[in-house]
Design a protein around this ligand. Structure first.
Ligand code: ATP
Ligand code: MG
Length: 134
């Protein structure tokens, strides 16, 4: 698998989340994603960026353009050094929230993507990676 483009963006404010959405849509478009597929990865990006800001205390996202044979994809990796998540299985359940949200961000992002991985250590931070293939 080849990474043909890689960028990093901060997630420190609402404006940063807007920029992450914009860049994600640009990359998906450049990879030939349909409008529906663009919207899926942009929606997932929005949810994860919001979590990075609200729960992770801010962080950054790596945005990568992937090519594997004829397959075209976009990978986003959200990283923060916040409090982490003690119980990942619980956090991934529909409806689980500690912040008064709907508790659908992580589970929704997982459903909207082709690949999903999450690593977290209490006291050290959280890393969530998603890939959507065209
Ligand atoms: N980056 C993170 N750092 C620490 N905790 C997190 C992080 N991301 C998610 N969590 C925890 O996982 C829970 C579930 O996240 P999820 O995005 O599914 O729901 P929510 O943000 O609470 O609500 P919603 O996204 O539906 O508005 C959060 O309430 C929070 O406790
Ligand atoms: Mg959320």
């Amino acid at each position: 698998m080849a990474v043909s483009d890689r960028s990093v963006q901060p997630i420190r404010s609402q404006e940063d989340i807007v920029r992450v959405r914009q860049t994600t849509r640009e990359r998906a478009l450049s990879q030939g994603f349909s409008l529906v597929d663009q919207t899926k990865i942009v929606t997932a990006a929005s949810e994860l960026a919001r979590n990075t800001l609200d729960y992770g205390g801010g962080g950054e996202v790596f945005i990568e353009v992937l090519n594997e044979g004829a397959r075209r994809g976009v990978r986003l990796t959200f990283v923060d050094t916040g409090p982490g998540i003690a119980d990942l299985d619980l956090a991934l359940k529909d409806g689980y929230t500690t912040g008064g949200g709907l508790g659908l961000g992580l589970s929704g992002a997982r459903r909207l993507c082709s690949e999903f991985s999450i690593e977290s250590k209490p006291g050290e931070g959280t890393r969530v990676a998603i890939t959507r293939w065209r």
